[in-house]
Design a protein around this ligand. Sequence first.
Ligand SMILES: [Zn+2]
Length: 256
Amino acid sequence: MIPRPAQYLLRFDDLCPTVEQHRWQGLRDLVLEFGIRPILAVIPDNQDPAMECSPADPGFWAQMREMEAAGATIAAHGFQHLCEKHSKNLIGLHQKTEFAGLGLEVQRQRVQAGLRTLREHGLNPRLWVAPRHTFDMTTLRAIRQEGIDYISDGLARIPFTRGGVTWIPQQLWSPVEKSKGLWTICVHSNSTMKPQFLKLQSFLRKCAEQFTSFDRVVAEFNPGELGFTERMYERYATWRLQLHRKRTRHRRKRKT
Ligand SMILES: [Zn+2]
């Protein structure tokens, strides 16, 4: 059943010791102020220069442990966030990937190394988040073999099972008020500018009560494979998002 009124999950992406300190501090303050239990998508061993936005914070891992103890859920955000290869993938929003198109053994080694790194830092990763939404059926097999049963991705309005794992959909990159469904809002900690921050803050002022947590979603939903209507919705939502991204790319190209 699609929940009504809508429920929201907040997910912060690209967390690593070199996350943009000032912006991340502001976002953490919001989490505290509104009592949100977010998903923290942590890059286990960042090697992506684009994620080096501040000098490495020696207190980063302790901060992640504290946030987890306070109710946040840790997600492994790939392994090194190095998306060097192009490949077809299940979501189809991006092409560059750290995982899709690779063989099971390589993917499994990367998943395993990521999970191990997070555990060595005293964290307990409960779900998996692909860098750039790029993964394939082999990735799902790899994460399942490594004991992870949940991913945060997909464009349906309810959690569902596919490829042997449960998908908790992630459909928004900025808050939008919805009448029904479970909506994950993904916030990129490195690039949240003042207007986006203020938009999130005012949304939380209005809708904080409707924010749920990974634990509650696991306890309250009983996911199965998507029915026909929701599959059609998912297809339509994917098509709309791909079109929107294509148009944005074209506009940017015309400007440059
Ligand atoms: Zn990322």
